[in-house]
Design a protein around this ligand. Structure first.
Ligand code: ZN
Length: 232
């Protein structure tokens, strides 16, 4: 890894932004690919007049499904965190000395000498025992806390925005070139989500954009194939 990369990475940690922004980029990407595929399927089957209705239905169905899916997945994560938290509160109440020793043991494993580990554990326990256990034993951080509603809204909205892009392509004033307009708009959108996702993750630009681009194109190609097969 080039030195400037290491440097940049240390200057701007990305992981704290991972939650709802990740959901938003994924949602936009899903919206682009699934609505484009849907529209191309319909256009390839020759049902041009159905394109606007199909696009809107696709956006509505997709955003709802994204919202529900994301909500359930993040909520179950949040349930697990909550159960862990309750268990930790119980353990601290029943066996404070054992918990203190457990915390010290964690710091020893991370490389501190035993007496220093014990000191650190005592200080953290004094300040906020529960917080220290949640953080250092279970890896819970307040900024990473699962937020189901926020994630659900972010992914539904971004799916709708992503899905609107191929629909715009379908609405372009051409009759023979509909498929190509949908493809063109979608590919431009995919470059957009690829660039955003690389910026968010701090991952290499070209590789990330290519990955998103190729994945999306494959999706469209396959449904175009299915659409022209079931030409009815
Ligand atoms: Zn504990």
């Amino acid at each position: 890894m080039p030195l400037e990369h290491v440097y940049q990475r240390n200057m701007h940690h990305k992981s704290h932004k991972s939650g709802w922004l990740r959901a938003a980029v994924l949602g936009a990407n899903d919206g682009l690919v699934s609505n484009a595929s849907l529209l191309i399927g319909i256009a390839a089957a020759g049902k041009i007049s159905l394109l606007p209705l199909t696009g809107i239905a696709g956006i509505a169905a997709g955003s709802m499904s994204m919202a529900v899916g994301e909500y359930i997945s993040v909520q179950s994560q949040s349930d697990i965190e909550e159960a862990d938290r309750k268990m930790e509160i119980e353990h601290l109440a029943i066996d404070p000395e054992g918990e203190l020793e457990e915390l010290a043991e964690i710091y020893v494993e991370r490389g501190l000498p035993r007496d220093l580990a014990r000191q650190v554990a005592e200080k953290f326990t004094e300040k906020n025992a529960l917080e220290a256990h949640l953080r250092d034993e279970l890896g819970h951080f307040e900024m990473h806390k699962a937020r189901p509603l926020q994630a659900a809204i972010a992914s539904a909205l971004s799916f709708a925005i992503g899905g609107a892009i191929p629909l715009l392509g379908a609405l372009m004033p051409t009759t023979s070139g509909k498929v190509w307009m949908i493809v063109l708009f979608t590919l431009i959108g995919l470059v957009g989500t690829g660039v955003t996702s690389s910026k968010l993750a701090g991952s290499p630009l070209v590789r990330t954009v290519l990955r998103v681009f190729i994945g999306g194109s494959l999706g469209m190609l396959i449904t175009a194939g299915i659409g022209s097969l079931v030409h009815i």
